[in-house]
Design a protein around this ligand. Sequence first.
Ligand code: PHE
Length: 353
Amino acid sequence: MQSEGIDSSKLEEIEKTATSKINTAPDNESLEEVRIGFLGRKGILTLALRSIGKLPPAQRPAIGNQINAIKQRINTLIEFRKNEIADGGGDEEPYPGDPSLPGRSCWEGGPHVLHKVLREIKAIFYGMGYSLAEGPEVELDYYNFEALNFPPEHPSRDTQDTFYVNRDILLRTQTSPVQVRYMEKHKPPLRIISPGRVYRNETPDPSHAAEFLQMEGLYVDKNVSLADLRNDVTYFVHALFGSNARVRFRPHFFPFTEPSAEVDMTCFACKGEGCPICQKTGWIEIMGAGMVHPNVFKYAGYAPDSVTGFAFGMGIDRIAMLKYGIDDIRRLLNNDIRFLSQFWNGPVSEVQD
Ligand code: PHE
């Protein structure tokens, strides 16, 4: 095409031709040819722009603007066509079916059962004055073990089979490291919960998974007692499982609490009568707990004589299983929609995460 004597109507013609070539380009190669033909170094529009100098000065700005606008529109069209080609050409036959048929209904999702239970649990603790704290899943050995009073090389570390990244870094085996991290940054009194994912090198079976959710609780102030711990834990169990559920503390050992306990509640299935689920004991363990060990206060930079506190750590998966009668922890991670969709009905707490 001659670029001499370019004018507005010639440019409109050029745009029309380009548009139709782009819209009918069958593939990316032909689209590229069209692009080069119009916008390339020797493309029609490039030459047109260069020839502007031959026009009378008064016409130059208008023509220049028109050319640039066309170039832009062509670029947009090319992008659009590229997407159409990627989507299968954009030249499908018109829909051959009966347009009066009702549409297919689409799936409405819902919260994961773990998320739902966690929201309920959080709502209960927020109501008791706890606030939320969070910590990293990839954690330092220091926070996961050492500052929690697990001495180096001590056999107590073996109770939590650990995925190590290297000697100093690991995937946290518990949410307890958040205790120390939080106390380092905040002065007492404090009252926090800290839910999150934890990892253990376990062989998966119906009651063990290599990753699961825990929720830590920590309350530090002056004169906090074991009775306060018992009170908050019992209130929580009643709020979640109903006031008929009973709670008992069994002496236990954790390096970071003294005294320590494991907390059981009456079995949800047999209501304490004894059945296969609770191994005929009538009780099911739901958390570890105890009074914060003075050494943990020391690691966190507190003067151990001036404060007392309690901590607890519960397995969220475990609690979801108890609440909904789920028989295998692995179901919670399998993402089988037939399983998960059972929990989508019913009220979901409005509490924010
Ligand atoms: N972190 C402990 C565990 O994972 C539970 C725990 C938390 C115990 C807080 C006492 C206090 O087993």
